[in-house]
Design a protein. Structure first.
Lengths: 444, 163
């Protein structure tokens, strides 16, 4: 089980029983005192923190004797941790200091003045992961953030899905380290995750005396020791300039003071500097050369797009001055310019084509419209003509029928029908005809 | 870790860890000495009455504290005098001969979580200092022979505010 201070997992899996039992009451009070909701479930147990310096007696809760956590103040002006007061109140509803009755916590307490909260926030504490090697000292208000987000030593669930152990955050990316390996120094079986701490702190054989200088060092830190061991053989500082002398590190300074090459040293250094500068300059020069050639080869295509003729005429001149390395290259570049010209022309061509078709289209549209209009006018005209013709025929028929004798109706029953209808609704006749016409407009 | 162990740890730290052994006397009030605090359940302290009260002059008395898990909240710590060689039970009208102390502070209604070992010792010290009656409470023999209850469960009637 993770230690109680561990954030996230420690908090979820192992809250103290007191916290659990208290939660409902705490909530009640919180709603009324409007203290931040995070106070109910701190990722870091602020009461278990180790304070950097002695805490002012005035900032210590009289109940738990630790610097106040989420302080509340009673109507009788006594300040307690909210949790402590809630606990004490459930047993005896009086102020623990002066025994004044506190019937309802919600109405007789409020959160302590901001001043107190600020002072508490500014108290410096040690990171709760100190046992695992984090030496950070930080303001109390920031410690929670540090532990839950940044501290390398915070235990987080093992990234392996089937492993339920925890691991320091810095090793999270290394996969599951919960398998046994044997320590190379003491042959003890150790979990891979704990190997480093074991070798640094616990392993019985972890210490080793340096064969050269006799100093004791931790085996796993051998490389670091070699870098500073005074007896290790090193080469002279002026080795690059020709000194072949080798000696222990202890004597290095002494030797350097009287090395024959020490005069050469500064000159050599300057030389190296100059050489480095030269190489960078050369490199730059080469880059520029390349750039110039590139621009010369491709240069005209850019201005050519806007003004065709002028750039085309200036082409040969530019090419004559260009420092081409060989004939082939010259022709190649010529070919490239031609190619680009062709490309340009073809694009111009497509543009013209497009413009043409657009124009055509634009002109055709009104013509089409006019055509339809004319067609419809024609239809109307035809209708008029037909109506007039009809009218004329009827006129003539009436004149004839009136001449033929009004006593005898039309001899044919079918004709009589049509005639009867026509005669009964004389005034509607022309309208109807034109309606019929419209239903079957003449196709021209 | 329960609140009790944490709080006692703090109290112990205050008298022990933060100050080396030879300085304990400086942090505890005069006349009070920490004898044994090996665990966080039972502590032993010696107290002396410092003024020239003839009843207690020259004597040292041993107090035994037993703490509950939820100390200082919840169960009142059980505080009694224990009898040993050179450590008698002090004569007082509110202290029975078996060491049980009749003091409202130590009853469940009188206890307050802001009290601590030091303040309890000082209260008892002052209770002895102010006493002029060199006798046991009434019915002492009777109470001592019949009582089986724990001190905190005994229903005392706190009537006497003089001593």
């Amino acid at each position: 089980m993770p230690p109680p201070n561990t954030p996230e997992e420690g908090l979820v899996s192992a809250p103290t029983t007191a916290t659990l039992a208290l939660r409902p009451i705490t909530r009640d009070l919180e709603v009324t005192t409007a203290s931040p909701p995070t106070a109910a479930i701190p990722a870091v147990d602020l009461r278990a923190l180790e304070y950097e310096s002695n805490v002012d007696e005035n900032l210590i809760c009289p109940i738990c004797r630790v610097a106040l956590v989420a302080p509340v103040i009673t109507n009788c002006d006594h300040v307690f941790c909210q949790k402590c007061l809630v606990q004490a109140h459930t047993l005896n509803p009086v102020c623990p200091v002066d025994r004044q009755p506190l019937l309802k916590l919600s109405s007789e307490t409020r959160s302590a003045p901001k001043l107190i909260a600020n002072q508490l926030d500014n108290l410096t504490v040690r990171c709760p992961n100190r046992m695992r090697g984090c030496d950070l000292v930080v303001a109390r208000s920031l410690v929670e953030n540090h532990v839950s987000r940044y501290c390398d030593k915070t235990l987080v669930p093992c990234p392996h899905p089937s492993c339920d152990k925890t691991i320091a955050r810095k090793d999270e990316g290394k996969g599951c380290l919960h398998y046994e390996v044997s320590c190379e120094f003491c042959e003890q079986a150790i979990q891979k995750a704990d190997l480093e701490t074991h070798q640094d702190m616990e392993c019985l054989n972890r210490k080793k005396d340096c064969e050269l200088c006799g100093a004791e060092y931790v085996r796993s830190k051998q490389e670091e020791h070699t870098k500073e061991c005074p007896e290790v053989e090193v080469t002279c500082n002026f080795a690059p300039f020709g000194c072949n002398h080798k000696m222990s590190r202890r004597h290095l300074e002494e030797h350097c003071a009287r090395c024959d090459y020490r005069v050469v040293g500064p000159v050599g250094e300057q030389l190296a500097e100059l050489r480095a500068e030269m190489t960078t300059l050369k490199e730059k020069d080469r880059l520029k050369d390349r750039r110039i050639k590139f621009l010369e080869n491709r240069g005209y295509s850019a201005p050519a797009a806007t003004e065709n003729i002028s750039s085309m005429t200036s082409l040969p001149a530019a090419q004559e001055t260009a420092p081409y390395e060989s004939r082939d290259q010259y022709f190649l570049s010529l070919f490239e310019t031609m190619e680009s010209k062709v490309e340009r022309l073809s694009s111009a061509l497509t543009e013209v084509e497009g413009r043409h078709s657009m124009m055509l289209f634009n002109e055709t549209m009104p013509i089409k419209d006019q055509l339809t209009e004319i067609r419809s006018t024609l239809g109307v005209l035809g209708m008029h003509v037909r109506w007039l013709m009809n009218f004329r025929l009827q006129e003539r028929g009436r004149v004839l029928g009136g001449g033929g004798g009004a006593s005898s109706p039309s001899p044919l029953p079918s004709a009589a029908m049509g005639a009867g209808q026509e005669s009964s609704s004389d005034s509607n006749l022309p309208r109807r005809l034109s309606d019929n016409m419209r239903e079957h407009p003449p196709r021209l | 870790m329960s609140l009790g162990t944490k709080r006692l740890g703090k109290e112990l730290t205050k008298v022990l860890i933060r100050f080396p052994c030879e300085q304990i006397q400086k942090t505890l009030p005069p006349g009070i000495t920490l004898v044994k605090a090996d665990d966080l359940q039972e502590w032993l302290l010696d107290i002396q009455v410092l003024d020239q009260n003839p009843i207690y002059a020259g004597e040292t008395y041993r107090l035994k504290f037993r703490f509950g898990k939820q100390y200082p909240i919840g169960i009142t710590p059980e505080v009694v005098f224990t009898k040993q060689e050179n450590r008698p039970i002090p004569m007082h009208p509110h202290i029975y001969s078996n060491g049980i102390i009749c003091l409202d502070l130590l009853g469940s209604s009188g206890w307050s979580p802001v009290q601590n070992v030091e303040s309890v010792c000082m209260s008892i010290q002052s209770m002895l200092t102010g006493n002029t009656k060199n006798h046991r409470p009434e019915g002492d023999a009777d109470f001592v022979s019949t009582n089986k209850a724990r001190p905190k469960d005994i229903e005392f009637y706190y009537h006497d505010n003089e001593v």
